[in-house]
Design a protein around this ligand. Sequence first.
Ligand code: PEP
Ligand code: MG
Length: 595
Amino acid sequence: MEQIEHSPETQSAKGEQVFRGIGVSPGLVIGPVFVRPPQDDSFVEREIPREEVPREIARFETALIETRRQLREFQQGCDPAVASIFDAHLLILDDRPFIDSIVTGIESRRFNAELVLQDVARGFMQGLSRVKDDYVRERVADVQDVTRRVLHNLAGHKSTLADIRTAGTVVVANDLSPSEIVTIDRNRVAGIALDLGSPTAHAAILAAKFGIPAVLGLHSISREVRDGDLLLVDGGKGLVIVNPSEERRAQALRQEEIRRGIRTGLLELRDKPAETTDGYRVTLSANIEVPQDVEAVLECGAAGVGLFRTEYFYMARTEVPSEDEQFEAYSGVAQKVAPGGLIIRTLDLGGDKFLSNLGVQWEESNPFMGWRAIRFCLAQPDLFRTQLRAILRASVGGNVSIMYPMISTIDEIVRANVILEQAKKELMERGHPFNPHIEVGAMIEVPSAAIVADLLAPYVNFFSLGTNDLIQYTLAIDRGNERVAYLYEPTHPAILRLIKHTIDVGHRFGIWTGICGGMAGDPLMTPLLLGLGVDEMSVNPAALPLVKDALRSVSYAEARVVADQALVAHSAEDVHELSRGLTNKVAPEILELEQ
Ligand code: PEP
Ligand code: MG
């Protein structure tokens, strides 16, 4: 990938402003801008003279009234699941002890409403997180959200994505958190342009999954455009054009029509096998984030689900889902994809995915290298065991497997398996059926795991390469940082060697190896991965038809030759060239439009 200049903006001859970033979700869209301002809660601490106290209390009450009004407005016309989040928030705004403590706090301490509100809310949240009852503990996130909203209103309203009213809007922001994107209203948001981000940032994965054209890593776009500007987003080429000319708009609309036409044509591949021209088959599955995504999996003709990122299911709700709710969700997906498989990845929280309602201190100076995924789950055995019980209960149909994320040592697999055995024992005591032979896999996404794959193999039934993290950790590039995104090279010789080594070790131990990171969703990489010997690929449902087309366009024999040459290549560019040589048969028109 080319290094992007830090002043990406250019002025075109027609007076348009052109920004270049990283295209992460293909498609062309033209729509009005909605700038989502940074959601920081900063405020200035102020002492209030005695005579100003009534005015300060009135200011607080006005902010409360405004917050109630906004919440009721958001509730109108939104999804019932989302509406219930706002119900919980309204209840907090009517909680007398909470509100009274703030009013009396302003009177007695004589500080501004922001400070007193924040202090009272903190005390409230600490109290809630100490309560044994899960339901009460989960209210912490609601108090936090409501506090933030009231703080925004005290400061003058800072808009959030829930304020978007117009269909076809392009959201522009410095960054969007995974939990913001997972609850995005797809009827209103048609495009995304962010200052931060890289090809494997979670914002990128989610935008692609939703089919929302998106360009990330634009550095300063959120400071350069205003609400109401017209923006053209080309999520394939990574271009953003502010106030495009008539001519440019007409051309973009024509291109988008062609792209959609080719995409529709590719749907014909739905029922065709994922097989090379010489009859070699691999399992081609899809990745999902929430149970509803299973519809897209069925539509694209995937063999099953190769990665269910369960943490998003937790994030898309107000409270931590109970064992029964998880069981319902997991078994619903398992039944729909049967006889295809469903690989459920246990919680991968941490990094940039947090749950505020666990009463956990998330602040770390280096979260991607910190308390994340299996490390977090092993430290929260109750939460982990609850999820494992739910997965086990969903396994009765025989098509569900478990996958542990971010494994870096044998010890983590051994400890996770001990907790799994405890979960099985608990279910047996309760008389709940499950598949006692459920398969367990390890994600290979930390270089140490790839290097010691031979030590891990005896403890698992399969490996799945998480290349998003494997690339991040091997090449030392923060996957959310647009400044180093140019170093993201799936074809770097170090990455190819780790992939090849893992696959070979897997085969030596008689276990299959899949790949569920973003690299598997790039059709230009398909022949290479095939030639390296991968047994399964799990990709975004939107990418699946293209990958299947790529698979069906090459022979296994020629893919092996390319892989052998790639393994002795000296640079990522050389491997790209080799790969491109084989993929020129893959729907060239669409690659031209989408890459
Ligand atoms: C990966 O790291 O490649 C992966 C599939 O997991 P995630 O993107 O959810 O970290
Ligand atoms: Mg990962």
